[in-house]
Write a protein that binds this ligand. Structure first.
Ligand SMILES: [Zn+2]
Ligand SMILES: [Zn+2]
Length: 619
């Protein structure tokens, strides 16, 4: 499948023309404003401008109105080529500056100097006469391309202001960058603006705090998340699910330390290729050097090679929720999406060449099962292959071909569409990446599977073949979630904190109406948690009518505060707990609970057995 590149699309040209339209409005409204550059970007466009006086966000509306007026004039946009450099200079000084000359031509003249000798120098010219008979004109030094006429620019909005250095150089003057966006239809623009608002509400850093999932502390250090009880419960639920899937699929769990002798990473080659992502080294008195683990692979390799393996033992699938540390630049840290310490749902498969296809397919199948369970149903699959004429890769061509065709065949056999991305392979082998599209249409790169011929070679890994001779296994690295931190960041935004029942940190909030119902609430909680109290004293004044419930072991909370029921319900609602159970006098007597669904509202009174039957399919 081939997609039209954004750079080749009509939308891209439309946005570029919107940037010019904005510049036209600004040159009319702010005489003396000096224009720098104004390209289209991912979600819109910007123009960098050196204003004579500082401008504020409040002025954007006025500029936008002027743009609408100019758009209505439906100025045709014409491309003009300067006959010579001198001619181009004249156009800039006289026409582009509306006669203001040198005073405002500064940046454009510098840009002209940057056009390589021999290259065509083009201008884009838009003009029309307005109702009063005045000529409105804007001409800009520009490579283009553009749309036909400014009348096409209908659905746009100016978004924000920012500072930007001329040519991205901090030693140069700081200009004002005005960001805007434009779309082909009203619906597209509205959806984009709506999604932006929604993204703010769903920001996992904000929700993580509000819902008590995770936090950061300056005293602990940047990029080092602290998981709060509810976040830890969420994390456990994710891990338990994956562990169960993996056990069923023949994985074995291992546990390895957080630090290792630097020699391990010297052997693996990471000291050479990964040094800048590793934390500063630790040295002890005997001058042994230790490093914080940036990757789990070498540990699993040591476990593999700790015993003699026969062809019958393969594949060996070693899995670990392994915490690794990477020294990301502080400017690159972003909530849970980029941190310095995180836990990978890592596993390494050691396979024979004849097992590569089946094992790769097994891994991709597991990844699909994970996405389905998480409700992430929109995704792309990207197969990263070797860049044909590059020498940055290690390993034999025939191995690369074997691996690349195994990956493609695995996808084909699973009926997965994929795009091939030459040059996206790791230096040691081809890979498959999952790019997930979330509820707001944003893309997140998550899970990955990589084929590796390099590490088995470096560590001289072997298995004894049917021919009684040693052979080299192939390694597969894989992490369906990518990391727990990133995945929980994504899921928090995907569900806006209202996690599916099986994943919710608190699945049921029990809300006693009055103090005298707290005892019964505790009884209900124990039943749902799956460990009803064994001993009930004979003289206990409250005897509850519920039979013992066969519960799958739910995560429950009791709101024993003295607040009104209304307040308790609102709080549980705000915490996005899937079910509330309201318990009062009648319930304690009848052995029932009043169930409330966070979406559907009141479901009425039911027994715990009925409730458990209702939620079982959601687990
Ligand atoms: Zn331009
Ligand atoms: Zn690995």
């Amino acid at each position: 499948m081939t997609h039209e590149r954004y750079e080749d699309s009509h939308l891209y040209r439309l946005r570029h023309s919107a940037a010019h339209l904005m510049a036209q409005a600004i040159t009319e409204m702010y005489p003396g404003a000096r224009l720098a550059i104004g390209p289209p970007i991912e979600n819109g466009f910007y123009y960098d401008i050196d204003f004579p006086e500082p401008v504020s966000e409040n002025e954007l509306k006025g500029i936008e109105n002027r743009m609408r007026e100019l758009a209505k004039l439906n100025q045709p946009i014409e491309r003009k080529v300067a006959a010579s450099r001198d001619e181009a200079k004249r156009v800039i000084m006289e026409e582009c500056t509306l006669g203001q000359g040198e005073a405002v031509a500064h940046y454009k003249l510098e840009l002209l100097d940057m056009v390589p000798e021999g290259e065509e120098i083009s201008f884009y010219d838009q003009q029309a006469t307005d109702k009063k008979g005045e000529l409105r004109r804007f001409i800009d030094l520009c490579r283009g391309p553009h749309i036909e006429s400014t009348g096409e620019i209908k659905h746009f909005k100016l978004m924000s202001l920012a500072g930007a250095y001329w040519r991205g150089d901090v030693k140069q003057k700081q200009l004002t960058r005005i960001y805007g966006t434009a779309f082909e239809t009203k619906e597209d623009l509205e959806l984009y603006l709506h999604n932006l608002e929604e993204a703010k509400k769903r920001d996992h850093r904000k929700l993580g705090r509000e819902l008590g999932l995770f936090m950061f502390s300056e005293r602990v250090g940047q990029g080092l998340p602290l998981w709060l009880p509810k976040g830890a419960a969420l994390r456990d639920a994710l891990c338990d699910f994956l562990k169960e899937e993996q056990t069923r699929r023949g994985y074995e769990g291992v546990v390895t330390p957080n630090i290792a002798n630097a020699k391990l990473y010297e052997k693996s080659g990471h000291l050479l290729t990964y040094r800048d992502k590793m934390f500063p080294f630790m040295e002890d008195e005997e001058k042994e050097t230790f490093v914080l683990k940036p990757m789990n692979c070498p540990f699993h390799i040591e476990i593999y090679s700790s015993s003699l393996r026969s062809y019958r033992d393969l594949p060996v699938r070693l899995a670990e929720f392994g915490t690794v540390y990477r020294y990301e630049q502080s400017g690159e840290l972003a909530g849970m999406l980029r941190v310095r310490g995180f836990t990978q749902d890592d596993a390494h498969l050691f396979v024979r060449p004849d097992q590569l296809l089946a094992e790769f397919k097994g891994v991709v199948d597991l990844m699909m099962a994970v996405l389905k369970k998480l409700g992430l149903n929109e995704y792309r699959v990207r197969v990263g292959t070797k860049e044909p004429s590059s020498d940055k890769y290690v390993g034999h061509d025939e191995n690369w071909q074997l691996a690349e065709s195994a990956i493609k065949q695995a996808c084909d056999e699973l009926g997965l569409e994929y795009e091939v991305s030459p040059g996206d392979a790791a230096f040691y082998g081809p890979k498959l990446d999952l790019i997930i599209k979330d509820a707001l249409g944003r893309e997140w790169q998550m899970g990955t599977v990589q084929v590796d011929y390099n590490l088995p070679e470096r560590f001289d890994l072997e298995y004894i073949g049917e021919d009684s001779k040693p052979h080299r296994p192939i390694m597969i690295h894989r992490a369906p979630f990518g990391s727990l931190e990133r995945m929980i960041g994504l899921l928090t935004e995907q569900y806006a904190g209202a996690f599916p029942f099986w994943l919710a940190p608190v699945q049921v909030a029990i809300l006693p109406i009055a103090d005298r119902h707290v005892e019964y609430a505790k009884h209900v909680a124990e039943q749902l948690q799956g460990f009803p109290s064994q001993v009930v004293a004979e003289d206990e004044q409250v005897a509850f009518a519920t039979e013992t419930v066969d519960s799958p072991g739910l995560r429950v909370s009791i709101d024993g505060s003295r607040q009104t029921l209304g307040k308790k319900i609102r709080e549980a609602q705000r915490a996005k707990v899937p079910f509330m159970m309201i318990v009062g006098d009648n319930d304690a007597e009848a052995g029932t609970v009043g169930v409330r669904d966070r979406e559907e509202g009141d479901l009425g009174a039911m027994s715990l057995t009925e409730f458990v039957a209702r939620i079982r399919p959601m687990l």
